[in-house]
Design a protein around this ligand. Sequence first.
Ligand code: TEU
Length: 591
Amino acid sequence: MSKLFFVSFVLAVFCQCSTSSKKSADSEIPGRQWWKEAVVYQIYPRSFKDTDGDGVGDLKGIIEKLDYIKSLGIDVVWLNPIYGSPNDDNGYDISDYQDIMAEFGNMADFDVMLQGMHDRGIKLVMDLVVNHSSDEHRWFQESRTSRDNAYRDYYHWWPAEKGKPAKRVSFFDVNNDAWLYDSTTNAYYLHYFSRKQPDLNWENPKLREEIYSMMRFWFDKGIDGFRMDVIPFISKDTTFPEITPEELNEKYHGDWAFFYGHGPHIHDYMQEMNREVLSKYDIMTVGEGAGTVLDDALLYTDPDRHELNMFYHFEGVSIGYLPGKFKVMDPDGYKLTEFKDVYSKWDSVFAEKGWGTVYLGNHDQPRMVSRWGNDAPEYRAPSSKMLTTFLLSMRATPYYYFGDELGMSNIKFDSIGDYKDIETLTHYKFLQNTGGDIAEFIESQKISARDNGRTPFQWDNTKNAGFTDGTPWIKVNSNYATVNVETEEIDPNSCLNYFRKMVKTRKDNPVLIYGKYHLLDKDNPNIYAYTRELNGATLLVVLNFTDENQVWDLPKGENLGGVLINNYNDLAIADGSFKLRPYQAIITELE
Ligand code: TEU
């Protein structure tokens, strides 16, 4: 930028206070639903707050922190699985769907927690994990005893006398093999995930009825919805045909998840579940759209099809990894143009029907600031706030991951010994067994490993970040000395207080929820800019995704109105251009 241009800047100073745009009257918005207007806050209970000193978070810990959760302004809590489980995959291996995991507490604690949320106007969404159960579930224990057991057909068995079953890959197996031989009945059973997560057989109507009755049990207790784990995977062609590598490449992008996500009866099951259970309650549903593509979006979410309210795609979180490698980042990072393209495409698919979701972090992802922003000390806070601005200004229900409101970042373990996650541990063993590149793997996991998002929540700067008096089940990030609730509460410029402001800004401005999204300056590799427009009110969102100052020209003929939010205390505008600081994010009115 020329010196001349620099000096010609007029520095306009705006406070970070948010105003609301006047023009969009709520009554004029068609298709309103509470779950479209909700901000969902995801809590990984294992790492939230421990009250009994065993180093594992618990339901009493959530109860203790309900006022904190309320203070964020969020509407819905999504809890990862809290059911009976031997924890091979941290609760995604369920041994009793109608009980509470002993480490987390008991059903009385659950009832108090649910009531406490409802008393505060917060809704609770639970995790529904029904593609598989634990091998310690009573059904599987029965199923494996004999070929004529009443529960045999609750799972997928392949009799060994028919030879080896056709190849299926597992995501969490040291051999990547989804079939495991069981000598008791001389048969193989199917497990897309770990050996301790056998896949349930949805072809069996008795199994489906068991699941529906379990869902009714939780709805009758008063929960407000389900997030449905790998729900597209539940339907399988139970003849288990061979899939050739060519077929996998041509039809399924060379990725088994896309094959698993396109079973023959998936929409029959979704519609049956809706008819039998979901339609009878005022609840919300969101499917984890593993293995789905853009064309599937409306099949699941078009209200006329009576399936789900929302589902979330994986296209966004897959950007920037090298093809053919397991979650290894491109050394050049990700391309913002690709990022914009993906989120714009997933906005447009819901332009007329259905409704989207947006997320940058969850328990399967690294911390959003490390993956999508910049966790260097000087940029951690501004880039966290910038990403928060993005998530809460899109036309989609935001799913916001606990700890991101503090700007928590990746722990970046140096040693495999620090990891707890079955995904990392099995992949490491697989590489060891097959002579893979271990050093590359350890380095790449510092960016992409799931455990980065699972470290304990940082409450204060006392021992273990105030998470536990015992030994935490996984190490605490050492940056807890400064990145924690207590410190951020009293700092008006903290990530925490910015998150609260941004939630309020979204609530105060229905245009940020329902307004039409329009991408600007599509090819700009540094700036993500878009407008949101509803009933004559237009807001402009401008996000600097780089660690450098950027100049961005206002669209011709547009006049700026008030600034709703800004992640810096000042904003430079001159001669029709913004001069944005590193990771600066602003939302202004356009008049
Ligand atoms: O994740 C499903 C899924 O697709 C994962 O394999 C995901 O792609 C991977 O974690 C990314 O690294 C769900 C749950 O969210 C996950 O925690 C479980 O481990 C998995 O299902 C099995 O239940």
